[in-house]
Write a protein that binds this ligand. Structure first.
Ligand SMILES: NC(=O)c1ccc[n+]([C@@H]2O[C@H](COP(=O)([O-])OP(=O)(O)OC[C@H]3O[C@@H](n4cnc5c(N)ncnc54)[C@H](OP(=O)(O)O)[C@@H]3O)[C@@H](O)[C@H]2O)c1
Length: 203
């Protein structure tokens, strides 16, 4: 069973499915809905895992976090991991870190950064196509070089942003404007949203 409805629909759907009396392996993709709520819903023969995939799975480059209920058999753990490995990398993490992972790894961060950087580039005079190409290179190939090259992040930052140069000036301006604080606040807001999802399905 793969549960892939929106968090607000999980409770109703599980009520419709009802208690089960035979063993089932179930994987929930629903953001924020904890294993304890899932376990309580369909009865003890149902073994629950949670997975958090990404739409980037469509091109085989997804990243899927997986967490298992205690007692989930090893052979079935391997089966669930293999299922998601078909569409990218898998990462087993403790459930306590699931919401933090969910709010951090979303491909929306990439799209949002691309949309925002290219919009700002248009505002300083680039046409839309060139602005998107420049912003996509900055974000996409920058990360690719970090992943596939052998330089550390501090080394890459040092190489690309000569002290006192143009890139360093732009970066310092972002930091002074609260770049880290902005991420702190946005991730905390996402975490709060995930906790609200859990409340939707409790009681
Ligand atoms: N979007 C992401 O990037 C992403 C990433 C990781 C995890 N998730 C999780 O995946 C889940 C789905 O998200 P989504 O973005 O794919 O939402 P979505 O586009 O709204 O898709 C929800 C799907 O569930 C179906 N559905 C709703 N109620 C149902 C019911 N009672 N029985 C059977 N099917 C039902 C809907 O069918 P109809 O269209 O016919 O109503 C629709 O196909 C969420 O829990 C979310 O947290 C999403």
């Amino acid at each position: 069973l793969v549960l892939a409805v929106r968090p607000a629909s999980v409770r109703e759907l599980l009520q419709q499915i009802g208690k089960r009396d035979r063993e089932i392996t179930a994987v929930s993709l629903a953001a924020g809905i904890p294993l304890r709520q899932l376990r309580a819903s369909l009865g003890s023969p149902v073994r629950w895992a949670r997975a958090m995939p990404s739409p980037v799975c469509r091109i085989g480059r997804g990243l899927t976090a997986i967490t298992f209920s205690s007692g989930f058999p090893q052979s079935l753990r391997a089966m669930v991991k293999k299922f998601f490995a078909n569409v990218g990398t898998t990462l087993e993490i403790p459930e306590a870190k699931f919401d933090a992972f969910t709010v951090t790894y979303s491909s929306s961060h990439g799209y949002h950064a691309l949309a925002t950087l290219s919009k700002a580039a248009e505002q300083i005079g680039l046409d839309r196509k060139t602005a998107l190409a420049a912003a996509a290179h900055a974000l996409g190939e920058g990360v690719l070089y970090w992943r596939e090259g052998d330089l550390s992040l501090p080394e890459l930052l040092h190489e690309a942003a000569t002290p006192g140069g143009i890139a360093a000036t732009a970066m310092e301006t972002m930091d002074k404007a609260g770049y880290l604080d902005m991420f702190n606040r946005s991730l905390k807001a996402g975490l709060a949203r995930a906790k609200a999802n859990a409340k939707l399905n409790s009681g």
